[in-house]
Each structure stands twice: as C-alpha cells, then as structure tokens.
Design a binder for this molecule. Sequence first.
Ligand code: NAP
Length: 307
Amino acid sequence: MRIGFIGLGNMGSGMAANLLAAGHEVTAYNRSPDKVAALVERGATPAATVAAACDADIVVSMLADDAAVEAVTFGGSDSPGILASLRPGATHVSSSTVSVALAGRLTDAHTEAGQGFVSAPVFGRPEAAAAAKLFVVAAGATDKLGPLQPVFDAIGQRTFVVSEEPKVANLVKLSGNFLIGSVIESLGEAMALVGKAGVDKQSYLEILTSTLFEAPVYKTYGGLLARDEFEPAGFAAHLGLKDVRLVLAAGELLEVPLPIASLLRDRFLTLLAGGGADLDWAAVGALAAWEAGGPHPSPQKGGGSSP
Ligand code: NAP
C-alpha cells in the first residue's frame, strides 16, 4: 500500500519503520526534517511538505497533541494540510492521542471533502512501537477500516475495532491513559510508604508483580519507579498532562465526574512546576516519595529536599 506518514517522534519513527519492513511504500514527513533521514535509510521517500506526503492511498498521522494535528490537517495559507492535499477516496488515519471533540471535527471535515477518516490511537510505549507490538484501538466506517488491517498488522499485535464513529476510539484510548496515570500515582504512593520504612523497592515490586499485580502496566511503571528512571522520556510528562486534560474534557462533555482525574491533573501540574515537563510521566509517581522527605524527581531541583 502507498502510505504517507506524518510525525516521526518517539512513536511514529518505530511505526513508520515497521510499515516499511512489512513491504509498504512509505513517504515520510516530519516538522523537523532531520528525523526523516533515519527512515530514508530504511527505504522511505522523504517528503518536504505535508502535501508531498499525501500522494498516497492513506496518510497516517502520529503527532503530539490537538494543536499539532489541527495544524497538519487544516494547514495554513502557504502550507496546505492533509485535508487540502489528500485525493477523494483516500483515508486519513489519526493515531495521535487527541481529544474526542477534535476527532469529531476531523470526521466531519474529511467526510465533507470526500475523504475517509479513521481514528486509530495505540496502547504501548516507544519500545512496543519499535517492536510492532502496539495495541491498536480503531474506529471508523467499515468500508474504510477493512483495507487498513494490513497496516494495523504491521504496527501492532492486535487491533480492537470499537465503533463506526472515529471519536469513540479516542475516548477509549483516553480512558486507558487515565487508568495508567492512576496506577502510576497509586504505585508511587505505595512505594513511598514501604520505601521510607527501608523496604527495597525492587523486591517490593517483585512481590506485587508475582502475585496479584501481574499486568504489564505494573511491571513497566513499577520498574521505572523502583529504578527512579525518568530519562529519557518514553512518554513525556507534558503529554501525560495533555491526556489528563483531555480525559477531563471528555468527562465534562458527557457529564461524568472523574475525581481521580482531577487529582492527577494537579499531580502533573506539581511535577511540571518543579521542572519535570520532559521527564517520563512515570515521574509523577515519584512525587509521593518527595513529599515524604525524599529527593525530587526533576534534576532541575538537583535531587532537592521535600516541599
Ligand atoms: P513526540 O516524540 O513528542 O513526537 C511528537 C511528534 O509531533 C513529532 O514528530 C513532532 O515534530 C510533531 N509535532 C509536534 N507539534 C507539531 C506541530 N505543531 N506541527 C507539526 N508537527 C508537530 O511524541 P510521541 O511520544 O511520539 O507521541 C505522539 C502521540 O502518540 C501523542 O499524541 C502521544 O500522546 C501518543 N502516544 C504516545 C505514547 C508513548 O509512550 N510515547 C504511547 C501511546 C500514544 P518535531 O520532531 O518537529 O518536534
């Protein structure tokens, strides 16, 4: 399949490489052009503009946030976006974690332009993206989703089709990230408790993950917390805050109170205020130990004292 790929960050670079490895023809665009070179070495065609990446059957976008997806899709007066560049009948596959509201707007705009729009956000960190082990949560019109299965198979280990309405996939993805954030916070609190009493955090994690808490989320984030390993960020804290904000916005839209999400928003603000925006979002779990008299997770605080 001829695929345009836009956004070669931590996630997109691995996803695009796996599309190439599966035999697809990939034309790649990234805002900072230096990131395209590594993919060109693997056989991709470089695109100097968003429009150049849109001469394809489908365009996959994997961008930071709503603002990035809006800029790339709607474009500007001197830089046509995906909407103006994609031929009728072709499909925009949006894999970024964006708001439910934006997914709705993108669906309407692409439909009006005679193009397809599919939301296909993913679960899994950059290592999973590089290993083609993502979980894809997909939603969109059945006739648009069907031909995309080889694409999802190339980047992930399993695809879940959740609705014909693209924005439902975004809601499911956001709810999952809310749960991950909640696990990070509660694990951080539990580790601060036992850690202050002198229990080795790695041994403690071993107990959790070999008994009732065997899930990957406890293993991955428990490991990062036990090792205080927050750099380089696989998923940056400022993007974590973005997702909590989007969860709260979805809750507001549907009139569903999410008290734990409100708490998480403040935890992320505390981390960012201490200089932790670019740390892995696991660092939010280290705030509990800091408040208990331990070091701050941000190097900007120089391993500083409690608040
Ligand atoms: P990232 O490494 O920060 O990459 C972000 C990408 O967006 C880069 O290609 C960046 O271009 C581009 N970008 C940002 N603002 C832009 C703008 N205004 N116009 C054009 N391009 C712009 O982020 P990531 O970790 O790959 O995450 C990408 C998406 O996947 C996010 O929505 C994230 O929530 C989601 N996600 C992440 C993970 C994870 O563990 N990392 C897991 C699942 C889902 P430059 O290179 O020029 O900055």
